[in-house]
Design a protein around this ligand. Structure first.
Ligand code: ADP
Ligand code: MG
Length: 697
């Protein structure tokens, strides 16, 4: 067996391990219960738990944990050992079906947005049986969903799991209307491309901004940036390629199919893409990818930065969320197909997505909202904050022809008729495809490009699943009662185009003309996280999430609070760190530098020689002037932070203060410090510079 096939999935309790280790009947019952989505029988649970424990112990695991994804955005685990004491003073190793299926971690220290009364600290975790258990660092990890005692979602995973059922149900209705009798369910899949930076660990440790906030709060641009475009797809440095090799090994062991890796646009920036899988497994895997990147980097004396914008003025990081819908019997519903019938079905799913993205563009924008993304969206390196769809000229022409009842190609006189006219083959991998669009059709999937590099992909995918389920349900209502399917499809696509084509834009999304044009079309342009979070509680958005039981109004309000609070906390940490660096590291150095200039002038003058001291004088005036400005901006920032901290009785008001007052004041401090950096003696500068950080890996 090849190396890869030996290690791939070797730490995963996957289907083949289960088939091998479970009694035939148990395995069959387990799979059947899973497929039907019913509750697991206790006897079956016991057998599965026993087999899982034995397998994990052979992998040298000593503990187990319910691995979950609280609203902090990172994963949580609390380890329990398998050890159970016996009467004779020895221990046996135990793991029951109950322990496998349900856990009760103390939930009090996870964000809950008021969902959990303080007297009820418990939450519970429940096994997501569709995502396999795995062994990591000697611990059996059981992927779980995390809820309050009343069943309210306290994590990122629960709404995603709910949304997967919802979209399957609605998509199946449409498929049945098209005469499908073979598919049993529809699965949403995603392949997330993860961008990240690698920097030297010793340099990282000299910067508290990187350590506390994940990004540099100071730093002048180096003489060389990314303007030469010599990094993208460039050859990998040995240290980086060793890191990537080891990362791949670790991921392969966890059954994660890390497939492509390459350098990205910015210096020290890289990307990793796995092969796509169902949205819940891909979400778990992406969390593991981010965790492993950080861990493996440290082994190579590197630090992996997942922040959306670690370096101002240098390309930031995102995560491209490649999303599609497919049936359990292998049909990709976003693939045009070959026959007019398949084409019609494809166009319906395409139209459903177009309508969903237009109708719920604010929710989609919200699903990409983290504080770090405020630096990226609209900054000409990532899509703007305006949601729009790229379809490509060919597909746009087809939809226009349907809308207007005109022929598809010149020369052909017949109008485009659904169920009769065959679609021309669409280019699948057009290399010239639009890279500036936030939501691009790429042949057989949609690529959502606003997704932040540090965030969980649960959010974008539960929003996509739910909103597309909503438009599919409206389409299913029409098709189920239609006498002539083709005619009904023709007219519904026409309607959707008429009402929602404003969301389609194939041009350059980075251009100022588009911002203007989008405004004319009435598309929203929500520039920051706080404004974006506000839309969570718009009636339309609450209605769609509630209608399909993905999130209740109560759960939505909790999330609204959690997100605003997390924004305020993040900017507060950034503000306080800015103060600390400016006051205790930068200003002492720049004042010292000014003093040395002054001393130099006096010393030279004291010689009585008519030596020229204009260099020192000019510099001293500039440096002293900036020192004064820096000092004043520090005082202002101090005041703004104190003011914002005291406004905690209203989360929205507080978040707005952090955005409008603290953030702005922080940038002022930075602006003066960065100007001083390029005037000061390099040897004196207290922290590693951008040039050190970006070019010394
Ligand atoms: P790019 O050109 O944007 O870098 P890649 O070809 O590297 O794109 O693929 C991006 C991701 O899309 C990969 O993770 C891949 O597995 C995923 N992908 C491919 N087909 C599908 C699909 N049908 N559904 C979801 N994801 C897919
Ligand atoms: Mg991509």
């Amino acid at each position: 067996m090849s190396y890869l096939s030996t290690i791939f999935g070797s730490n995963v309790f996957n289907d083949s391990v289960m088939r091998e280790r479970l009694p035939k009947e148990t395995y069959k019952t387990f799979k059947k219960t899973l497929a039907e989505g019913r509750a697991m029988d206790t006897a079956v649970a016991e057998v599965v738990a026993g087999a899982m424990k034995d397998w994990a112990i052979e992998k040298e695991a000593t503990h187990f944990t319910h691995w979950f994804q609280p609203m902090t955005g990172i994963t949580a685990e609390k380890h329990d050992s398998f050890i159970s004491p016996t009467d004779d003073g020895k221990v046996i190793l135990e793991f029951s079906g109950k322990e496998l299926f349900k856990g009760e971690p103390d939930a009090s220290s996870f964000p809950n947005g008021g969902l959990r009364a303080t007297f009820e600290a418990r939450g519970y975790t429940a096994w997501d049986c569709t995502s396999p258990a795995f062994v990591k660092d000697g611990v059996l990890c059981i992927p779980t969903a995390f809820c309050s005692y009343n069943g309210e979602a306290l994590d990122k995973k629960t709404p995603l799991l709910r949304s997967m059922e919802v979209i399957s149900e609605q998509a199946m209705r449409v498929l049945k209307a098209f005469g499908n009798t073979t598919s049993k369910k529809v699965v949403s899949s995603v392949g997330p491309e993860q961008e990240y930076f690698l920097i030297d660990k010793a340099l990282y440790e000299k910067r508290i901004d990187l350590m506390f906030t994940g990004r540099t709060l100071f730093g002048a641009m180096p003489p060389k940036g990314q303007e030469l475009d010599d990094h993208y797809f460039g050859t990998l440095k040995e240290r980086v390629s060793n890191f990537m090799k080891e990362l791949n090994d670790e991921l392969w062991k966890l059954g994660i199919s890390a497939k492509t890796q390459h350098n990205e646009v910015a210096p020290a920036q890289h990307e990793l893409a796995p092969i796509y899988s169902t949205t819940n497994i891909a979400t778990d895997h992406n969390q593991l990818i981010m965790e492993m990147m950080k861990k493996v980097a440290l082994r190579h004396n590197l630090v992996c930065l997942l922040h959306e914008k670690p370096f101002a003025g240098v390309n930031g990081s995102g995560k491209h969320n490649n999303w599609s819908l497919g049936t359990d019997d292998g049909v990709n519903l976003l693939e045009p197909g070959k026959t007019p019938h398949e084409n019609a079905q494809f166009l319906v799913f395409l139209a459903a997505t177009i309508k969903a993205v237009d109708k719920y563009s604010e929710l989609l924008r919200l699903s990409a909202a983290v504080p770090g993304n405020d630096h990226r969206l609209g900054a000409n390196e990532a899509p703007p904050a305006i949601v729009s769809i790229f379809l490509g000229a060919q597909l746009s022409n087809i939809l226009n022809a349907i809308e207007n009842g005109t022929p598809l190609e010149s020369g052909n006189k017949e109008p485009m008729t659904i169920g009769v006219t065959a679609l021309p083959p669409l280019p699948k991998d057009s290399t010239d495809r639009n890279r500036t669009s936030p939501f691009a059709f790429t042949g057989n999937k949609f690529e959502f490009r606003m997704t932040p590099s540090s965030g969980s992909i649960a959010g974008p995918n539960f929003i996509l699943n739910t909103t597309v389920a909503d438009t599919l349900s409206e389409i299913a209502d029409i098709l189920e009662s239609a006498d002539d399917l083709d005619k009904a499809v023709q007219s519904l696509i026409k309607d959707i185009m008429k009402n929602h084509k404003r969301i389609i834009f194939d041009g350059n999304n980075y251009s100022p003309e588009w911002i203007e044009e989008a405004q004319k079309r009435g598309l929203s342009n929500i520039k920051n996280m706080v404004d974006s979070v506000k839309t969570y509680i718009d009636d339309k958005n609450i209605a769609v999430l509630d209608k399909f039981n993905v999130l209740s109004p109560k759960e939505i309000h909790a999330r609204y609070e959690i997100q605003l609070e997390s924004y305020a906390k993040t900017i507060n940490i950034e503000g306080v760190t800015t103060l600390s660096m400016a006051k205790t590291e930068i200003l002492p150095v720049t004042i010292g530098f000014a003093t040395s200039l002054a001393k130099s002038i006096t010393a030279i003058k004291a010689t009585g020689l008519s030596a020229d001291t204009s260099a020192q004088e000019t510099l001293l005036i500039k440096v002293s002037d900036l020192n004064g400005k820096l000092s004043k901006s520090i005082t202002t920032l101090e005041e703004k932070i104190a003011y914002a901290q005291n406004a905690s009785e209203n989360v929205l008001v507080q978040a707005e203060l952090y955005r409008d007052e603290v953030f702005t004041a922080m940038n002022d401090v930075r602006c003066h410090a960065d100007q001083l950096e390029v005037l000061c003696d390099k040897k004196l500068w207290p922290v590693p510079t951008y040039a050190d950080l970006l070019f010394r890996v």
